[in-house]
Design a protein around this ligand. Sequence first.
Ligand SMILES: [Zn+2]
Length: 235
Amino acid sequence: MNIYVPGMRDRRTAAADETHAPSAGGGPRPIYGRGTSARRMSESRRAFDVRRASFNRAPTDINTVILHQITAFHPAQLPGEATDGDIHSDHSLDHVIAHFVVRATGEIIYTHDVQFILNSVSGRHGVDIEFEGGYGHQATPQGTRLSRQAILAGQRLLRWLDAYLPNLRYIHPHGQIQGRGRGKHDSCPGPDVWVNVGQWAVANLGLISDRPHHSYPNHGISPAQSNPNYDQHVS
Ligand SMILES: [Zn+2]
């Protein structure tokens, strides 16, 4: 699905030959969801080009946005815009398992088409947005904060997704709906992302956060994640 958002780089083609994301422990993780045509193609010996894989869902199947933080910065600049249409172009953000990445600089990247199901918590009905960087969840903010540019970019991306996706109704922090364990309950994403972008979308776009669509578990939103001390009052 073609989506235009001001300030966004469309890296779907540049990321089209990526099959796996590096991960800290346990080896690389497949980018595409189990059972999808893209995943099968990535497990075959053929050269991988996701543009030849069939989509898994219609835009009307999407009802949820899930916010994450990458926990790391990817300091290298993206190669020039001319490379966005070059399947051989490569940047570490092309491998992130998400549909969109919001960089600390405020740049938005569309890496994986929203009509693909990814190997992540978003499943059949969700879109994943990853925020570049690691942001803490102490009682009072300390260390690196989510930048004003990234907050504004996240809000802008959500405004446009709300316009493009007719059935979009829900927004959640990853920790609220994670399937196994509770390891992300406080930490993905940090309150800087949830308070300044997620709660903004609840207040300004009317998205629902307290009760997820029935296809997701609901662990509630952690008080550490919704800590009002992190409100940067940016909009
Ligand atoms: Zn996450």
